[in-house]
Design a protein around this ligand. Structure first.
Ligand code: NOJ
Length: 713
């Protein structure tokens, strides 16, 4: 009999339900406060895991309660939202996604896991895999952007980074893919709001990243808060039980979001807490985060015949199996020893990751900064804002070690006089500092405007109906630009911001996002040209809020936009095109693409499709280039998106270098959910589009035909 079977045999119902109970400590506050006496509950065997607690001493003391003072001595899970670094804070996930570098994604997760493990954490509620096309939604910052393929590759990299090859390694932590699924489709970009997602969108957009997570061996899954088509995800039988458990064969732990099981009552699908507990358990949820309803109400649900004990046992088994996979029964406070060299390496990685995440959006010959610059004015509320650089979800970060933009620029330009004015507050309407800031700008050779959001404006419960520059920042930027001094506008944010006429008037625009601990150095590296920017947008950047949702993989209209024809798909008041397309991002110097070719014009189903394209770098400087490969199925039984990303390749080019990028597409790239939503491939004509972004006018095109195999019936 296995260890887990033996344990189960000896457990009382309360002890079983205790294992399903995930409670919050209060070192970080990530939801409504509770006043539970955690220590007493642990001693009584009523807790399976604790989150929002870290630090070796605190964790050891709490683990000791379970190991020495509870009857069965079952070790606890210790969870935390380690979204983009633990002690060393890396750029926010949306920023990091723009690096389009799976190896980098993996390495930052590995460092985060190591630092979190060192602090006693053994479970992270990450990666967040919500595909989202709505910058109003505050949580767009936590995920990989708009594209399901990017999200799937991101999922694999992060899970591998957090979990390593063996969860037993003390430096590995269990990953939780969240929020399953459709959190990013919340109506009107409002957190916790319901989503209407068609079964096709589920299959094409929202499920693939979670499928990738499960295939990558993700230890846990967290259902989304929201309800999809009338079924709250916390009780979604079709998706949790049938899709996740049965179709994908996921045998890890499903843990609810914060009080989400209790909230089934507010959703209107449970009449009381007992029904809520039964609905979630029966749908496949194993652990109850904070509601306490499993512990308190499953006994009654059993008595009322709403649940069966073997379902409870199966959930307990999965929780215990995770503890065993983590090696907690043998080594409950897994020892990871820190050292200064590792901290330094982590900071170096944070700097590298940040500069690979910073997107140069426009550049009218302003950047890189001239090495002989004499006087630089660094203006705006984010210029010297140490606390804000980390962005949201950085509870264990060390804000005091963050490098501000001002500090970074001063360090990088030792011979330049660097002056600074805040100008206006981050979120106040007071504009009395504008005149002084303009005065500084007038006397400078270049102005760097540091604008954007405070960290609290992105993340959970941080949706914005108008995601623009808050307070009086737009006014400040306009006034400073009007001085005529050359300027570069930095946008610090967790989402694309609507910047109105600044898109045209700024000399250069740089999306720094929330760059993390090494913000100032990374930004200075990019602005001075010490590092040639190479990040690309993982999300389409709208011109105005009214264009949302806007994304590259749209379906064609029967009346495609035609400026000359009023009865076509467009707006009266704004262009249909985004401000910046998916994949957009500039580097210093130029690059071009030529000679896209396929190895044949026709392929039988199942044959590899060989693709090559030449990339040419101009003479000015070396660069890292990202080449995107999109596919379009011209005629199918179901209208396909006008483009779908199938691959990207990153290459490093020396000045003047010409390089051929070759790859093969396979049958899996041509598959789509057919009329019945089952994966199919249909013979016919396909277009392959290749470019540096999804901007249609810049893409190279090659076409091919897919033929049914002659031997196919
Ligand atoms: C609520 C959030 O939705 C979720 O992502 C997070 O993991 C939990 N709170 C725990 O902090």
């Amino acid at each position: 009999m296995s260890h887990i079977d033996e344990l189960l045999r000896t457990m009382t119902l309360t002890e079983k339900l205790g294992q399903l109970n995930l409670v919050t400590a209060d070192r970080a506050i990530t939801g409504p406060a509770t006043d539970a006496d955690i220590d007493a509950a642990i001693r009584a065997g009523k807790v399976g895991g604790v989150f929002n607690l870290w630090g070796r001493e605190a964790i050891s003391a709490t683990q000791r309660l379970a190991r020495e003072e509870s009857r069965l001595r079952i070790p606890l899970l210790f969870g935390l939202d380690v979204l983009h670094g633990h002690r060393t804070i890396f750029p926010v996930p949306l920023a990091e996604a723009g690096a389009f570098d799976p190896d980098l994604w993996m390495r930052t997760a590995r460092v985060a896991a190591l630092e979190a493990a060192e602090d006693g954490v053994n479970l992270t509620f990450a990666p967040m895999l919500d595909v989202s096309r709505d910058p109003r939604w505050g949580r767009i910052v936590e995920g990989p952007g708009e594209d399901p393929l990017t999200a799937s590759i991101f999922a694999r990299a992060k899970i591998h980074g957090f979990q390593g090859d063996d969860l037993r390694s003390p430096a590995a932590i269990a990953a939780t893919a969240k929020h399953f699924c459709g959190g990013g489709a919340a109506t009107a970009g409002r957190d916790y709001a319901s989503a209407d997602i068609s079964p096709r969108q589920l299959r094409e957009i929202y499920l693939p990243p979670f499928r990738a997570a499960v295939l990558a061996g993700c230890a846990a899954i967290m259902p989304a808060f929201n309800c999809i088509d009338g079924a709250p995800m916390t009780a979604h039988v079709e998706l949790l039980r049938h899709y996740l458990r049965e179709e994908l064969g996921f045998d890890g732990v499903v843990l609810s979001d914060y009080t989400a099981i209790g909230e089934l009552i507010e959703h209107g699908v449970a009449g009381d807490r007992t029904e809520a507990a039964a609905l979630a358990l029966n749908a496949g949820v194993d652990m109850d985060m904070v509601s306490g309803v499993f512990l308190e109400h499953l006994p009654e649900a059993l008595a009322r015949g709403l649940v069966r004990e073997d379902i409870i046992d199966a959930a307990v088994r999965r929780v215990l199996a995770l503890k065993e996979r983590l090696g907690l029964f043998d080594d409950p406070v897994r020892l990871v020893v820190s050292c200064a060299a590792r901290t330094e390496a982590a900071q170096e990685l944070a700097r590298d990751c940040a500069r690979r995440s910073i997107v140069l959006l426009t550049n009218r010959r302003i950047l890189p900064i001239d090495k002989n610059l004499r006087r630089l004015a660094v203006i705006g509320p984010l210029a010297d804002a140490r606390m804000e650089m980390q962005g949201p979800w950085s509870a264990a970060g060390r804000p005091e070690t963050c490098v501000t933009i001002l500090e970074g620029l001063k360090a990088a330009l030792p011979d330049c006089e660097v002056v600074h004015a805040e100008g206006v507050g981050l979120d106040r309407d007071d504009d009395c500092g504008v005149a002084g800031a303009c005065e500084l700008a007038r006397r400078a050779d270049l102005t760097v405007l540091c604008m954007g959001e405070a960290a609290y404006m992105s993340g959970e419960a941080a949706c914005r109906a108008t995601p623009d520059l808050p307070g009086a920042q737009q006014q400040l930027a306009q006034a400073v630009i009007a001085t005529g001094t050359p300027n570069a506008l930095l946008l610090v944010s967790g989402r694309p911001l609507m910047i109105g006429d600044l898109a045209e008037s700024a000399g250069a625009i740089v999306a720094t996002w929330f760059p993390g601990a090494m913000a100032g150095h990374a930004i200075a590296d990019v602005l001075t040209g010490a590092f040639n920017p190479c990040a690309r947008l993982p999300i389409t950047w709208p011109r105005v809020t009214g264009q949302i949702p806007i994304f590259y993989a749209q379906r064609a209209s029967g009346r495609p936009t035609d400026e000359a024809n009023p009865f076509t798909s467009k707006y009266l008041d704004v262009a249909v095109t985004p401000l910046f397309p998916f994949g957009h991002g500039l580097s210093y110097g130029q690059a071009s693409l030529e000679n896209l070719r396929l190895d044949r014009e026709r392929y039988f189903t199942g044959e590899d499709i060989g693709v090559s394209v030449d990339v040419i770098c101009s003479e000015e400087c070396a660069r890292r280039e990202t080449v995107f490969f999109f596919l379009h199925d011209r005629v199918a039984s179901v209208a396909r998106p006008i483009m779908e990303l199938k691959r990207w390749r990153q290459i490093d080019l020396a000045p003047g270098e010409r390089m051929t990028v070759s790859l093969t597409l396979g049958i899996e790239d041509l598959v789509f959910p057919g009329v019945e939503l089952r994966p199919i491939v249909e013979p016919g004509a396909f277009d392959l589009f290749v470019g540096f972004s999804a901007a249609p006018e810049t893409l190279l095109r090659a076409s091919f035909s897919l033929l049914a195999r002659p031997d196919a019936a």
